[in-house]
Design a protein. Structure first.
Length: 191
């Protein structure tokens, strides 16, 4: 089976053309959107003798924009977590108000929890991923990473995390929105 890449190169005369004219064709754009989700699903495949849990997550908190005069704004997060043993995944949608525009991030992430044999039952974790960052009609690829802690309280898990999101190319509008640092406090229902 052959894979065909439809990549167009920008010419000097196209430098004033809209950004989409110089990006890859539909095959490359689809691949860029699908890779983070496929990576999370690959990490989550069930292996014999291992259990897997699914949970729903909601969070909110301030988001900081380094280099922006705006200071901080608020963000909200909805996610589906898939966890088996210490490594899991999270597919999420984050909304944040960015000066001059609203931004939506659709990301696939790998979550590595450090299980502890202590009575506190506090679980620290690392999270990292990639995905699409959308502002109006503009879409950019971005990466993120961070740390967090979670603690079970009855059937829920409360958590707090700090993340660093970096968009690989600035947006035409809201140029200060290429780096986001959200601080989230939330709740997870499920395992």
């Amino acid at each position: 089976m052959a894979v065909h890449w439809n990549v167009r190169k920008c010419k000097a005369s196209e430098s004033l053309a809209p950004p989409r004219a110089c990006e890859g064709g539909p095959h490359v754009n689809f691949l860029v959107r699908a890779l983070p989700l496929l990576g999370v699903l690959w990490c989550m495949r069930t292996q014999a003798g291992h259990t897997q849990g699914v949970s729903l997550t909601a969070a909110t908190g301030p988001v900081f924009l380094p280099g922006s005069s705006a200071g901080a704004d608020w963000q909200g997060l909805l996610a589906v977590d898939i966890q088996k043993q210490d490594v899991g995944g999270r597919v999420e949608a984050m909304y944040t108000g960015v000066p001059g525009a609203d931004l939506i991030a659709l990301t696939g992430n790998v979550v590595w929890r450090f299980r502890r044999e202590s009575r506190s039952r506090v679980e620290p974790y690392l999270i990292a991923g990639a995905g699409a960052y959308v502002k109006f009609s503009e879409q950019r690829f971005g990466l993120n990473g961070g740390v967090g802690v979670r603690r079970p309280v009855g059937p829920l898990r409360l958590f707090a995390e700090v993340r660093y999101h970096r968009v690989t190319r600035s947006f035409d509008e809201a140029r200060d929105a290429d780096t986001l640092i959200p601080v989230s406090v939330g709740v997870t229902l499920g395992r």
